[in-house]
Ligand binder design. Structure first.
Ligand code: ACO
Length: 309
């Protein structure tokens, strides 16, 4: 879906969207597809890349705010599609920070000896909860999925630190109210458009600008690293201006940052794993590189991690 497509739906322009957000296109799932289908594609590719079979997985975590349904979890639907019979499976809800929350949870379980090999997926069909009559939000979001396989790595490689946080007081700024136990689906809730994303854009923007830099700095501090140690920053792909402010704060040139939001828009929990996968495919990551991933989202939530590749 291009900015031109959106011009025919709401009063907006390609020029406004590009200058305010950096987004030019988003990917939209077909009517037959749901989040678990996108998760499956990403999971198959991650398993092939890692040389791991689905039967070897002992845990599957899917970070998403757009599950196929309330339950069974998207992780259970994915477990069945993959034939990962040995794997436990659950979903994780931390909005756009979900992938980092998932990495923190699963890497701790592997470090503790509880599990050996796990799949962490960020997958979303945000188009299903986007109000295409609301120009404040519909220009931002897209659909997609990214996946990684986690397991033991040699000493000196792997995750170095995590920084997770939440501020429930900011929950009102970014939400989908309808369909839960507080506001079950009714004719009124549908007519009132309460099943779509509602967002106080400029408030979220200010929060994001503040938190992206500080969360990344805190993760670096915990790892005993400095800003100058970063070989590649993989930030949540919400808005180019938010990413640029993080780069300024971290004194990083744009060449050290993975940016692909122009083609995907904001894919919530899927943004960071898609950006990481593209960075790897483009040969931008080599063994020993120090990678920082950082994201923010509804909740409010945030998460950052440092990783030696
Ligand atoms: N086209 C044209 N004009 C628009 C559009 C549009 N698509 N959207 C808003 N405007 C108008 C507004 O109505 C406003 O007009 P007004 O001054 O007459 O009222 C004007 O443009 C400026 O609006 P602002 O909201 O101040 O614009 P801003 O520069 O803040 O950009 C944006 C808006 C892009 C939404 C920005 O605030 C942003 O990116 N915020 C962060 C959003 C975000 O990242 N959310 C996702 C979090 S992740 C998750 O958990 C899902």
């Amino acid at each position: 879906m291009t900015n031109r497509d959106l011009e025919s739906m709401v009063e907006t322009s390609d020029e406004w969207i590009v200058t305010r957000t950096g987004i030019r296109e988003r990917r939209i799932a077909s009517a037959e597809e749901a989040t678990s289908d996108l998760a499956y594609e990403a999971a198959e590719r991650a398993l092939a890349d890692a040389g791991v079979s689905a039967e070897e997985l002992d845990l599957i975590v899917v970070a998403t705010i757009t599950p196929d349904m309330f339950f069974p979890s998207t992780a259970c639907l994915l477990q069945e599609k993959l034939g990962a019979k040995q794997a436990a499976a659950f979903d994780l809800s931390a909005a756009c920070s979900g992938f980092i929350y998932g990495l923190a949870t699963v890497s701790s379980m592997i470090a503790s000896g509880m599990y050996e090999r796990a799949l962490v997926v960020g997958a979303e069909c945000l188009s299903r909860v986007t109000d295409y009559t609301d120009r404040n939000t519909c220009i931002l979001f897209g659909d997609g999925a990214g996946a990684v396989v986690l397991g033991r790595v040699p000493e000196g490689r792997g995750f170095r630190s995590f920084e997770l946080g939440a501020d429930g007081a900011g929950g009102e700024l970014l939400k989908i109210c309808g369909g839960g136990s507080r506001l079950p689906a009714t004719a009124e809730s549908v007519a009132g458009r309460r099943h779509f994303i509602e967002m106080a854009g400029s408030e979220v923007f200010k929060f994001a600008v503040r938190i992206m830099g500080s969360a990344a700095e805190e993760a670096l501090r915990k790892a005993g690293m400095d800003k100058s140690d970063i070989d590649l920053l993989v930030p949540h792909q919400a808005n180019i201006r938010i990413i640029q402010s993080a780069l300024n704060r971290l004194d990083l040139p744009e060449e050290k940052c993975m940016i692909n939001l122009d083609r995907y828009g904001n894919v919530s929990a899927a943004s960071i794993p898609i950006a990481l996968a593209e960075a790897v495919e483009e040969g931008r990551v080599k063994e020993g590189d120090r990678i920082v991933m950082v994201g923010f989202g509804g909740g409010l939530t945030w998460g950052a991690c440092t990783l030696v590749w």
